[in-house]
Ligand binder design. Sequence first.
Ligand code: PSU
Ligand code: MN
Length: 335
Amino acid sequence: MVSSALSRLSNINRHLKPTVSHSCDSDGATGTPVKISPEVSNALSCGRAVVALESTIISHGMPYPRNLETAKEVEAIVRTNGAVPATVAILDGIPCIGLSIEQLERLASLGTKAQKAARRDIAHIVATRGNGATTVSATMFFASMVGIPVFVTGGIGGVHRHGENTMDISSDLTELGRTPVAVISAGVKSILDIPRTLEYLETQGVCVAAYKTNEFPAFFTEKSGSKVHCRVDTPEDCAQLIDANIKLKLGTGILIAVPIPKEHAASGSLIESAIQLALKEARDKNIIGNAETPFLLARVSELTGGASLASNIALVKNNAAIGAKISVALAQLRE
Ligand code: PSU
Ligand code: MN
């Protein structure tokens, strides 16, 4: 039974090369490095569409209880669109792929008491049996490990403004350069240096595609002023792109940037003035390293009276619907 499921899996996902078998009883205690929920494990075994979701957005990206409501709604949207959600987090030192409602609640109420877990933090959090909320880089790592090719989030990290001096460049970008997972996001926030972020992704060999547009979106707003070289117009286009990337074994990720829906876009000038003030405060308070992004996100939300939070939630939900459709189209293509 298990072996037939596994042989089907290796047939269906043969190019994804998961390094972990999809057994629902695997956990830290039995020596297997990750725990895959039974629902996700079954879906992967049958070649069904699965969408990975990150958890820093829950712990550090939004305040309680909006974070919990949003996490549950995003999972529901993925299901409505035909895919199985797999939220990733490290709980009591065990990387979990697919969380129960209780686990989601735990993570949401831990908030910033959970550690922000990027790739560099994974081993330490596991070794000390800690609780880690995975960023884009860590979530990509685990998604790839278990053979999930599609991952939905809000926004990714990038090159910080003045990054040419500070060298503060998110590990999300290097992860995209070495892990073959497609990340669906609303682009990059203008707290970052968007042109340099795109330059860095080009250096890393990452295909950046924009959905129904030729312009890279700036998270809260549809436009950033930077063009992209690859345009995709349907979930099927995206599936073809991901399939080609997998078959060629390029080994790099794909960034699919979906602009925020017009009706939810925030005022560009309102956001920009909040960003300028938040950046000045971060400099004055000497907030650096991995604390900078959560600080800027929280301050911009406060300074815009919550308008940015509402936009953030709306775009994540939009990405979830599109990401699930992409995942379904890809599963059909690879049948
Ligand atoms: N950008 C957002 N919302 C977020 C993040 C980035 O608009 O929640 C989070 C993501 O988890 C991303 C991480 O992977 O911040 C990047 O952090 P850093 O800049 O420290 O690499
Ligand atoms: Mn950084």
